[in-house]
Design a protein around this ligand. Structure first.
Ligand code: F0G
Length: 369
């Protein structure tokens, strides 16, 4: 029988902190497509793949960590979870909490999360608190709340989130047969770059399994990790926190990443880099992905591709390499940018032609002869 994907915990349980007794809370997350990026490959002279994380149940990579965090919250008897979020974590926490029969509270920066993400938290019945502040302020309150009240914190400062998210690196290796030369991704709170690096390292060495036996190395090498922040929210590039982060890519509008040290370690241990891209570059990459590769992502998700394009322009992308770029969230999360991007190229693009109910008129409108 064909293998039906069971979600990241069941697929990788030897490598995750669960036991046979653990009740797994899953919605079948992970197993996301690795898509060949033909235009990016042509441009760079390398083979470029897109790990399309928008294909997860709530439309972003957060589901990989959330299945793990909510499973452990449930195992510990928690009745409620809390998170700070720029939108995707809250959408995921709200959905997985429902699966587990738990309550969720989400703290979001007022006016700075996209409608798509907000609608998910609303739909799943989360208690939504808008904070008059940015993501970093929300996270500070969420942490304190979880220290003093009976709520389980499911931000990526919770190590179970990182454990779940590392499975994306496993999938890349399982699909390609080895690790790529370079792995590129957006960086915000820096949990994901931390998680990928952990996953790649574990797959490149013998690892003790949860069951006690020793798992052999799966890959022969680890990639260089290339992370990209938005220019107005690039604390890791500047080397100090940014008190008022600003970018149109609200997903990564973060000034003081919680996983700061582990992101720097991922960069340095892997021989990689963390750089920044402007909002204009992010929107260019967003448009590139939808109009040339057929992949629809939200703006923040395009910052890895923006970085790759920037490095390619500077002649800093090696040829004949294997490069994987994670695109972290679905375009339907924040669709307004697609319309704006298309209009910028062609003012009539977002205005579909109106034609009579008649095949000849439709053919003529399409320029068919
Ligand atoms: N891409 C998207 C679409 C995101 O939502 C985030 C983070 C990132 C990239 C950056 O990942 O934080 O692990 O470095 N979103 C968080 C949230 C902060 O609340 O949804 P990171």
């Amino acid at each position: 029988m064909a293998h039906v994907w069971q979600g990241v915990i069941n697929e990788y349980k030897d490598r995750l902190p669960v036991t046979k007794q653990t009740e797994v809370i899953t919605m079948g997350e992970g197993g996301t497509p690795l898509i060949q990026a033909r235009a990016l490959s042509e441009l760079t002279g390398s083979t470029v793949w897109l790990k399309f994380e928008g294909m997860n149940p709530t439309g972003s990579f957060k589901d990989r960590g959330m299945t793990m965090a909510i499973t452990k919250a449930k195992e510990s008897g928690a009745k409620a979870v809390v998170c700070a979020s720029t939108g995707n974590t809250s959408a995921s926490a709200a959905a997985y909490a429902k699966q587990a029969g738990m309550r969720s509270a989400v703290l979001v920066p007022e006016g700075k999360i996209s409608m798509g993400k907000m609608s998910q938290a609303v739909a799943h019945g989360a208690d939504i608190i808008q904070i008059d502040g940015n993501f970093d302020n929300c996270l500070e309150v969420a942490r304190k709340l979880s220290e003093s009240y009976p709520v389980f914190l499911v931000n990526s400062v919770n190590p179970y989130r990182i454990e779940g998210q590392k499975t994306a690196a496993f999938e890349v290796v399982d699909t390609l047969g080895d690790a790529p030369d370079i792995h590129v991704l957006p960086v915000g709170n820096a949990g994901n770059i931390t998680a990928y690096w952990k996953g790649y390292r574990e797959y490149a060495q013998e690892t003790p399994a949860t069951s006690g036996e020793t798992l052999p190395a799966v890959s022969t090498r680890t990639p260089a990790m290339w992370g990209f922040q938005a220019e107005g929210a690039a604390p890791l590039v500047l080397g100090h926190p940014v008190t008022e982060p600003e970018t149109i890519a609200t997903a990564i509008r973060i000034g003081n990443p919680a996983s700061w040290d582990t992101a720097i370690a991922a960069r340095d241990e892997s021989g990689g880099l963390i750089d920044s891209v402007s909002d204009v570059e992010i929107l260019e990459a967003h448009r590139w992905l939808s109009s040339r590769e057929g992949v629809f992502v939200e703006p923040g998700s395009a910052s890895g591709v923006a970085g790759l394009l920037k490095k390619a322009r500077a002649g800093e992308v090696p040829r004949d390499a294997t490069i994987v770029v994670t695109v972290t969230g679905h375009g339907l999360k924040d669709p307004q940018w697609a319309i704006k991007g298309a209009e910028a190229e062609d003012p009539t693009a977002a205005e579909p032609k109106r034609v009579a109910f008649d095949v000849v008129s439709v053919a003529s409108a399409l320029g068919l002869e």
